[in-house]
Design a protein around this ligand. Structure first.
Ligand SMILES: [Zn+2]
Length: 144
């Protein structure tokens, strides 16, 4: 799933609870749950690496800017924790691939296996829903 959807989810979780441990656990669990829903992703194995890094970087930047924009002056360290742990499983994946860390290969294979890859058009619907619901959750939590 795109980093934008993951980052927004992490920020939404952090806006809903103030317990850092809850934020960490729920952010990581929801990362894998979202990955198991039909979604579109740039494919690291099939794409030209330059294109992949460009799209992945833009996606990451877009997600960070979107969180900052939606959260606004309510930005705090809990939201940063939520953002970090919501994308940690993908950061770990890249570290394992680039660092050729053989011992963690089972994680790599499992993370790949749970991906529910869908075509672009259909594969963006769920991610857009995740982003919209996250915006609503964040905005509502700061009303109180
Ligand atoms: Zn993932």
């Amino acid at each position: 799933m795109l980093s934008t959807a993951h980052l927004m989810t992490g920020a939404a979780i952090a806006s809903s609870t103030h317990n850092p441990w809850e934020i960490i656990v729920i952010s990581i669990v929801l990362h894998f749950v979202w990955d198991s829903f039909p979604h579109w992703d740039p494919d690291y194995e099939k794409w030209n690496k330059r294109d992949w890094y460009l799209v992945a970087s833009l996606d990451m930047l877009m997600g960070i800017l979107l969180v900052f924009w939606v959260v606004g002056p309510n930005l705090n360290w809990l939201i940063m924790i939520g953002m970090f742990f919501s994308i940690l499983p993908d950061i770990l994946t890249m570290v394992i691939i680039l660092g050729k860390i053989r011992i963690l290969k089972p994680y790599l294979e499992w993370h790949k296996k749970i991906q529910n890859v869908a075509k672009l058009k259909y594969g963006l619907i769920f991610q857009i829903i995740v982003v919209v619901v996250s915006v609503i959750v964040i905005k509502m939590s700061f009303l109180n």
